[in-house]
Ligand binder design. Structure first.
Ligand code: FES
Length: 462
């Protein structure tokens, strides 16, 4: 039977990077992650069907068939039989064309075609997986080449001011990125260390470092099946200067000036870094059957959130040096919501990734428009990056929620609605960004006419 192909992008779009992560979703809700390699190697001999002046194109599954390492940072080597991708974890190599390996394992590879459309534009098509129908592309993300040689992360302390009468700066980290004693040796240990890191600069640096170790094979052990996996904190600590400004979410006045908005968004991103590590550390040990792709997805999310945090803090410093990060009221509403789901991965995916994060998709366009009207193009660029990434975060939530529902033999839509009723308080508010939600897998049946019934906690009895 002839294979089906899915349109990925114009060839021109792929000029920007050498590797892309593709996320595909079928009509049945199955997901596949692929890596598209664009190799600029000059080959001897006859040209290949997928060869262009931009290099040869190959696609293979994004996780190694051995133990699931992320193949986005695989080395490409040339051997007698052709080109192979070498897994960063245990260095098994897989033929880029056939997926075969000398070890006997086989990776799924997908044919790539370049076709010229009726307007004369060359477009790249990739063969679709066999299971499922109506595959669509839900994410096309360049793989950052920074990770081969990561640049130093921003020092947030230099972006803030200190006055003797009112110390409002974020302090410089006093600890090294890798602890001198008891350095983490598993992903879960890194996650718990980062959750316990109160200094935001250090949290960002450690996030970048841990993800780099994990992706490049220097950290091969996830550690979620270990009986001695450390426990994450109930509430990640915050620096004193920050904690002094912590208020009840209900008492935060929604100030409309841009600095206050950037500050509020940066606070949410700092909690979001913690939440990405928390889902790894809290639920990994409780679900030993979680595949490595789950951990790849949430480490990617942690890295994105740390990038968002840095972007927002930098914009805040540029726009309003008098109100550095940590100087305005902040709240822990997002963490409070997460704590209602501590005993259920399913509820966590629903409440944090499919309700809170999906709400972000609804409100982001309005926020971006506000900054655009003010002529603040730099902030607009930062917010657009964040919005784009957040669609993929909701996709990740949907992917792993449907994975869990399939394993548990329950219906995703009905289960989603049940979890919202149980762990959410009040209406799931619109207006909805139906298009962005749908792109992430959330069709209106999930969220329309839905109200959470979680009882109010009596503060006096706490
Ligand atoms: S060779 Fe890839 S995970 Fe072991």
């Amino acid at each position: 039977m002839e294979a089906d192909y899915l349109l990925i992008s114009s060839l021109e779009t792929l000029k920007s990077h050498l590797r892309f992560l593709l996320t595909l979703r079928s009509r049945e809700g199955h997901y596949r992650s692929l890596i598209l390699f664009r190799l600029s190697l000059v080959q001897n001999g006859a040209s290949k069907p997928n060869e262009t002046e931009y290099g040869q194109l190959y696609a293979m599954e994004a996780n190694c068939p051995h133990l699931g390492a992320d193949m986005s940072h695989a080395e490409i080597e040339e051997c007698d039989a052709g080109l192979v991708a070498v897994c960063p974890w245990h260095r098994y190599d897989f033929d880029l064309r056939t997926g075969e390996s000398e070890t006997g394992l086989k990776a799924c590879t997908y044919a790539v075609q370049v076709r010229v459309d009726e307007d004369g534009i060359r477009r790249v098509w990739v063969e679709t997986p066999e299971d499922g129908t109506d595959w669509r592309l839900v994410e096309l993300r360049p793989v950052s080449e920074d990770f081969a040689d990561p640049p130093p992360p921003p020092d947030l302390s230099r972006l803030t001011i200190t006055s003797s009468s009112d110390d409002r700066s974020i302090s410089s980290p006093t600890e090294p990125v890798v602890p001198v004693e008891g350095a983490p040796t598993t992903l879960i240990q890194w996650a718990v260390l980062i959750l316990n890191t109160s200094n935001p600069t250090l949290k960002v640096e450690r996030t970048r470092h841990a993800v780099q170790l994990f992706r490049t094979g220097q950290l091969k052990t996830i550690g979620h099946r270990s009986a001695t996996a450390p426990r994450p904190p109930d509430v990640p600590p915050r620096e004193d200067s920050f904690a002094r400004n912590m208020v009840d979410p209900a008492k935060v006045t929604h100030r409309k000036n841009r600095a206050a908005m950037l500050h509020a968004l940066a606070n949410i991103e700092q909690w979001a870094i913690d939440l990405a590590w928390d889902i790894i550390a809290r639920y990994g040990p409780a679900h030993p059957d979680l595949p490595p792709a789950f951990f790849s997805d949430f480490t990617k999310m942690a890295l994105d959130e740390s990038k968002h945090f840095s972007l927002l803090v930098a914009r805040l410093a540029a726009l309003s040096p008098g109100t550095p990060y940590g100087s305005l009221p902040v709240h822990a509403g997002l963490w409070d919501s997460a704590s209602a789901t501590f005993n259920s991965l399913r509820a966590r995916l629903v409440i944090i990734h499919l309700v809170h994060e999906a709400r972000g998709l609804d409100v982001n366009p309005g926020t971006i428009a506000r900054f655009r009207r003010a002529g603040d193009d730099e902030s607009v660029r930062a917010l657009e990056v964040i919005h784009h990434d957040e669609v993929t975060h909701v996709t990740t939530g949907h992917r792993w929620f449907t994975w869990l529902c399939t394993k548990q033999g329950v219906d995703p839509v009905q289960t989603f609605r049940d979890e919202v009723r149980r762990c959410w308080r009040g209406d799931v508010k619109g207006p909805f960004n139906v298009e962005a939600r749908e792109m992430a897998g959330l069709t209106p049946q999930f969220y329309e006419d839905l109200k959470g019934e979680m009882p109010l906690v009596d503060q006096a009895s706490k």
